[in-house]
Design a protein around this ligand. Structure first.
Ligand SMILES: Cc1cc2nc3c(=O)[nH]c(=O)nc-3n(C[C@H](O)[C@H](O)[C@H](O)COP(=O)(O)OP(=O)(O)OC[C@H]3O[C@@H](n4cnc5c(N)ncnc54)[C@H](O)[C@@H]3O)c2cc1C
Length: 479
């Protein structure tokens, strides 16, 4: 049986942020995930916004963590080489009724200590964002709302944790947790049992099922689907800020914003559903996005859509972000209700969890040789012609463009495969270097990526999955 000090369940944003924080200490950590890649479930299908917490419920743990997390992103994205931009958000009021809600939203922002929210007139907003509905009456400007590459954020946290000693056991579903005499004993996975002192449940949508294994499930998780459109980089109508609607009790609403790589993102819906796996999109959901977003940005051109996707928010019932440790179950830490702001708060949650563990007596001592920096994969397409020439001279694979839409070279794909916690599937390559993220959505480069993966991993093309086991794209040879 494997032995460790801490098992983190879930390699999403939250689990990887906790793992990276733990990797600063002399403690053995294994992160276990049922998926074949790090990146989580919700963590790879969201709006990719680093929130300020201006609209959180004041005084809650969620508000504290989001507000604390936002300023941390300048340093963390710099240290871990994660694409991040502070583009700011605007919250335009189109109707008189919406306009009358602005003072209360601003007051809430102040109660959350987000003091840099400012009121803007309609004319000022139109100057900032010319594509806005010309009837805009005024609104709020929230300068620190920001955009990030959510895939790279989680990979970077995981890679950095890994180079600092954290092990990742992927494709391993947790099926049971054994306890004895009020203590954690071991975690049972589909890849074997791990003896451990601590278990951290950061299993997102499935955190209720993990909690049930130790008799601590006093809540349920219901999936709340969010559907999105991604528009082509050249779409005729573009915005420079995150354009947010006035939020409702159920959702932050349907927004339009640029992604960190220059596409336009439009959505999401908020639809509760019984299934935790159904990630389909629907005409009804997508139509509702079109109707709502056109109120904010009338000329949004949804005919420029290159793909649609959906993500499932782990909505807790009863609601609210919860952190729990238990007097009658030493070593078990339960996180639940990490719902709509979990990407943002992950880095603060990492610190919070580790501090709570230390405070409750965990005997972790700081490492002297923690490696705080990580260098990402160089993006060939973003280099000057001189640098591109040098790169090709050093490694001719930079001269072989595999993904034409995004100009991704074979050299970049090779690095995606051979880095720590490397890519093993087509989507894993896509999330690391964007091959297949462009206009043709992998129609051209997909087969080439399969070929490179098969060659580098020493398997047959028919063994390469799109994402999880069984999602084969090649079934055999025809000649
Ligand atoms: C539509 C939508 C829009 C959003 N927009 C934003 C946004 O703009 N900004 C923001 O901050 N947040 C946003 N969020 C929320 C954010 O994405 C989530 O809160 C966050 O990603 C949760 O991270 P996590 O690590 O807790 O969960 P996940 O990413 O879901 O990871 C949980 C992991 O646990 C693993 N797991 C589960 N059960 C088991 C098991 N039995 N054994 C092993 N592994 C298991 C899963 O495989 C998964 O990898 C949005 C979410 C959605 C769906």
């Amino acid at each position: 049986m494997l032995k460790t000090d801490v098992v983190v369940i879930g390699a999403g944003a939250v689990g990887c942020a906790i793992a990276r924080e733990l990797s600063k200490y002399n403690v053995n950590v294994i992160v276990v995930d049922k998926n074949e890649d790090v990146g989580g479930d919700a963590s790879k299908s969201n709006s990719a916004i680093i929130h300020t917490g201006y609209d959180a419920a004041p005084g809650t743990l969620e508000s504290q963590l989001v507000v604390a997390a936002n300023p941390m992103y300048d340093e963390i994205t710099e240290s871990l080489d994660v694409p991040f931009k502070r583009i700011g958000a605007i919250l335009p009021a189109i109707t008189d009724e919406q306009f009358s809600q602005l003072p209360a939203i601003k007051e809430k922002a102040f109660r959350n200590h987000v003091y840099d929210v400012e009121f803007k007139t309609g004319a000022e907003l139109l100057e900032m964002e010319p594509e806005l509905n010309p009837n805009v009456k005024g609104g709020l400007y929230i300068p620190r709302e920001s955009i990030i590459d959510p895939f790279i954020l989680v990979q970077a946290l995981a890679e950095n944790a890994n180079v600092n000693g954290v092990e990742f056991m992927l494709g391993a579903k947790v099926t049971d947790i054994k306890t004895s005499n009020g203590k954690i004993e071991s975690v049972v996975t589909t890849k074997g049992e791990i003896k451990t002192t601590y278990v951290i449940n950061s299993a997102g949508l499935y955190c209720d099922e993990i909690a049930e294994m130790v008799g601590k499930a006093d809540y349920k998780v219901v999936a709340r689907k969010g559907q999105f459109y991604i528009l082509d980089k050249n779409t005729s109508c573009q915005v420079n800020h995150i354009v947010l609607p006035i939020p409702t009790k159920v959702t932050k609403g349907k927004l339009m914003c640029p992604t960190i790589h220059g596409n336009m993102l439009v959505g999401p819906t908020a639809e509760d559903q019984p299934s935790k796996v159904d990630k389909s999109t629907s005409a009804e959901g997508l139509d509702s996005i079109a109707t709502d977003v056109k109120n904010l940005v009338p000329d949004v051109n949804l005919r420029d859509t290159i793909t649609q996707y959906s993500g499932l928010r782990p909505n807790r019932n009863p609601e609210g972000l919860n952190f729990n440790m238990y007097d009658d179950l030493a070593g078990y830490i339960n996180l639940s209700g990490v719902r709509s702001t979990g990407l943002t708060l992950s880095v603060a949650m990492g610190k919070y969890v580790v501090e709570q563990m230390l405070y409750s007596g965990a005997p972790f001592t700081l490492k002297e040789n923690f490696i705080s920096k990580r260098k990402g994969i160089i993006k060939f397409s973003e280099q000057t012609p001189d640098v591109q020439d040098t790169l090709i001279k050093e490694n001719p694979l930079y001269g072989n463009v595999i993904c034409r839409c995004e100009t991704i070279t074979e050299a970049e794909i090779m690095q995606a495969i051979h880095r720590p916690i490397g890519a093993k599937s087509v989507d894993a390559v896509k999330r690391r270097v964007r091959a297949g993220m462009g206009r043709c959505q992998g129609g051209f480069c997909g087969p080439k990526v399969i070929e490179i993966l098969a060659r580098e991993l020493g398997v047959k093309a028919s063994d390469i999955n799109k994402n999880n086991p069984g999602s084969y794209m090649v079934t055999g040879t025809t000649r």
